[in-house]
Structure formats: structure tokens, C-alpha cells
Design a binder for this molecule. Structure first.
Ligand SMILES: [Zn+2]
Ligand SMILES: [Zn+2]
Length: 434
């Protein structure tokens, strides 16, 4: 899991730069660069309105990215792809007003009827993010990169939120969330184990090279874009992958929502760990019975009964033949649980995900209990069925938080409180696995 966000960023920057170069070639006849040019000058020149395109060379002396070739708005940004040079994005006022309440307001307050094109200087906004946002809003899907680094996705989500167009942007981002999710380092929640606990474990699926994904940035992106599926998935990833000792790192000055998310994530992880330990107790229970004084018995004698010494005088060995079939099985099983790091809590792995994987991969050790008598508890059978039940429960458990429950002020896992039963959730709680 070597962190390589920079490489990814670099690739995305190059791709955007490449796209930009093509745009510039298209418009090369009017892309004379005037480094001193600025947006206010641009606006002043644009006041002429009604002029033919060919006469707009003064207006378009800056490089222009033609997102919509006949667009009537030029959004001015201070640079693209790491090049700090003022540049305009040609877009449509109709689309901007339709998709974004903030753009609608900006257009209504800054443009006059005579402006053509309308200039909208936004030098404080990140140019690359604005370019991406405009491509999405104008359905230029051919210009969208197949992958987007978490940092860029976070910037896009923030801008979409600021410009009140998260609804329009949200659908376009699912593929990027998906690519990031499947490039991440954390183990996926386990599939339910096969019914027979003696079969060999399924081969692990081939995993793509992992990249580091900032959990705060990616979760903020899902919150800002109101993305329920990847909110569940990335919260599950954090809960499973982060060591028990680590806390969700809330940046200083974060809003109350992020602080609440941090608390909910930690609370949920603790609750899941407690539930996991309770499930493990289901396996310990049949083993502990075998060691209880009440279950101690002589071979073929009920507990509490001792062989009548008179009837055993011909066979002295019988007098000490306590039945050990169950207690030997229990010893074997408890040792196996300890070796796997499942029990006791003192040998537990550092993260919930590792514990889940240990549980998923646990196989009941072979034990021959053919010598068991009528008064044995049947530890082998009880333990085996316990492993099957617990494995299924762990496989079907929902590990992440539900965005809709979280937004309603609930605990995000749909269990009790405000979480479940109030309103519709886009995430199916019953489905469990992410
Ligand atoms: Zn027995
Ligand atoms: Zn819910």
C-alpha cells in the first residue's frame, strides 16, 4: 500500500493539459496570449456586445477552452493544469442557470443584456476543478477522465457544493468513487463462508495495486455530493481498516457535521467490536461446557454417577475412566481460536478488518470423536455449527454508516435511536454487505 496520490494527480494533470492543448489548437487563430490581460479588461471589451465572432479578437485574446463552442459566457480562471495564466472557459448561460443556483444568481447580478459574451471572472476558484465542473454540467462526458484522484474529487465536490449544483454533478462522479474504492487498501467485507467448514478457503480475488486515499477527503466528498453508496463503503473501509488505537482525524476548524461523523465512526467501530466479541462467545460457550464440573462424567455414565466399585473389581482400569472426548475437543478448538487471533481479546488483531478476515478464514480443526458416549455434550457438533452461524453473521453484517440515517441525525447504522424506521433510506439496511 505504497502511497502514490502524486502519480495519479500527475496523470490527471497531464490528461487535462492534453485536452486543453487540443482545445487551443482548435482556437489557435485567436489565441494570441496577452500575459497582462485580466478579467476586468476583458469585461470592458466585452461591453461592445452584438459583434460578430471574428471581431471579438480583443475580447478573446486570452486562451479559451471551448466547452460549448457557441456558448455565451466566458468564465475566467487564473490557470489550468499547473500553468498560472489567465484563461477562459466558454460555457452556456442557459446550462449554468439551469444546473446551479449560484451561477444563476451570479449571471443575474453581474451580466447586463448587452453583454456578449458574458464574462464571469472567478480567479479565486481552482481552474482545473472549474474546467471539470463545466465539462460535467455541459454533459461533455468525452472530456471526463476515467479516474480521478481523491484530492481532485474532493475539490470537485466542494465546488459543486459551493455552486449549489451537487445534484447535477453527483451522477457523473459515481465511476470515480468506484475506481477509488476498488484501488483502496482495505479488505472487503467477507463473503459468507461455505456451509462445510472443512472445505478449502476460496482463493483471494486478484487485487489491483493500491493507492493511498485520504479517508477524510473521500468521506467529505461523499457527504458534499450526497452519495449514499460510497458513504457506506468508505465508512465501512475506515471502520474495518483503521487500527483500534487510531481516531478519525478531523482537521482543525471542521464543521459540526464532520465532528459528528468522527464520533459516529468511532462509536460504530466500538459497537461492532463488542458485537464481534459476543459472537465469539457463542463459540466459547460449548467449549466451556466441556470443562464444567457438571458435565464431568465417566465413560457411559451420566454426570454425577460413579461406577459401582463392586461391579468393576474385575477391571481396575474402569474405576478411573473419566470421559475426555469433549474436553479434548474443547482444548483443541480453544487453541485453534487463539492461534487464529480470534480469542481471547488479548490476542486480537489491531483492526476490526483483520479480526473479520481471521473469522472468515477460520476452519474447525479435525477431531475424531467416534469414542464419545451417550453422556457427552457433543462439543464437536456444537462448535462446528457455531462457527457456521457466526461466519454467516459476520459476512452479512453492515459495516458502514447509512448516509440518510446520518443526515437525519441518527447513528448511521439504522439500529435503534433515530436511525431506523424513520423515512426512506437509499441504502438497504437489510442487505448488510457493502
Ligand atoms: Zn462421554
Ligand atoms: Zn438508513
Amino acid at each position: 500500500m505504497s502511497p502514490s496520490p502524486e502519480t495519479d494527480e500527475g496523470r490527471a494533470a497531464k490528461r487535462q493539459k492534453g485536452a486543453l492543448a487540443v482545445e487551443n489548437f482548435d482556437g489557435s487563430h485567436r489565441s494570441q496570449t496577452t500575459p497582462g490581460g485580466n478579467m476586468s479588461q476583458d469585461a470592458a471589451n466585452g461591453g461592445g456586445g452584438g459583434m460578430a465572432r471574428g471581431a471579438l479578437d480583443g475580447v478573446e485574446s486570452l486562451n479559451t477552452v471551448e466547452i460549448v463552442p457557441d456558448g455565451d459566457v466566458l468564465i475566467g480562471v487564473s490557470g489550468l493544469a499547473g500553468v498560472h495564466k489567465p484563461i477562459s472557459l466558454r460555457v452556456s448561460s442557459h446550462i449554468l442557470a439551469l444546473t446551479s443556483a449560484k451561477f444563476k444568481h451570479l449571471l443575474a447580478t453581474t451580466a447586463t443584456a448587452a453583454d456578449h459574451p458574458i464574462t464571469l471572472p472567478l480567479p479565486a476558484e481552482d481552474g482545473d476543478t472549474m474546467l471539470l465542473l463545466c465539462h460535467i454540467l455541459h454533459l461533455r462526458n468525452d472530456k471526463l477522465p476515467p479516474r480521478l484522484p481523491a484530492e481532485s474529487l474532493y475539490k470537485l465536490a466542494s465546488m459543486a457544493h459551493d455552486f449549489a449544483c451537487a445534484v447535477a454533478v453527483g451522477r457523473a462522479t459515481a465511476g470515480w468513487f468506484d475506481a477509488l474504492y476498488h484501488s483502496g487498501p482495505a479488505p472487503s467485507p467477507p463473503p459468507p463462508p461455505p456451509p462445510s467448514s472443512t472445505t478449502a478457503p476460496a482463493p483471494a480475488p486478484a487485487t489491483a495495486p493500491t493507492i493511498f486515499i485520504d479517508p477524510v477527503k473521500i468521506l467529505l466528498a461523499t457527504l458534499l455530493l450526497d452519495e449514499p453508496t460510497y458513504f457506506v463503503r468508505f465508512t465501512a473501509r475506515w471502520i474495518l481498516a483503521e487500527p483500534f488505537a487510531s481516531r478519525f482525524p478531523v482537521p482543525p476548524g471542521s464543521d459540526a457535521q464532520l465532528q459528528r461523523l468522527s464520533r459516529e465512526l468511532q462509536r460504530r467501530r466500538t459497537a461492532l467490536l463488542c458485537a464481534a466479541r459476543q459472537d465469539v462467545d457463542l463459540l466459547i460457550e460449548p467449549c466451556s461446557v466441556a470443562f464444567a464440573r457438571g458435565a464431568e462424567h465417566y465413560i457411559d455414565y451420566a454426570p454425577g454417577m460413579s461406577p459401582d466399585s463392586g461391579s468393576f473389581t474385575h477391571d481396575n482400569t474402569k474405576a478411573s475412566s473419566l470421559c475426555h472426548v469433549d474436553s479434548m475437543a474443547a482444548t483443541l478448538y480453544l487453541g485453534a481460536l487463539r492461534d487464529a487471533g480470534i480469542w481471547p481479546a488479548t490476542v486480537s488483531p489491531a483492526s476490526l478488518g483483520e479480526l473479520v478476515v481471521a473469522m472468515r478464514d477460520f476452519r474447525v480443526p479435525e477431531y475424531d470423536d467416534c469414542d464419545k458416549c451417550d453422556f457427552c455434550e457433543g462439543v464437536k457438533g456444537l462448535f462446528g455449527s457455531g462457527v457456521g452461524v457466526v461466519g454467516r453473521m459476520w459476512g452479512e453484517r453492515c459495516w458502514g454508516l447509512c448516509l440518510d440515517c446520518f443526515n437525519r441525525g441518527g447513528d448511521g447504522d439504522g439500529a435503534g435511536g433515530d436511525g431506523g424506521g424513520r423515512g426512506e433510506c437509499r441504502w438497504e439496511h437489510g442487505r448488510g454487505r457493502v
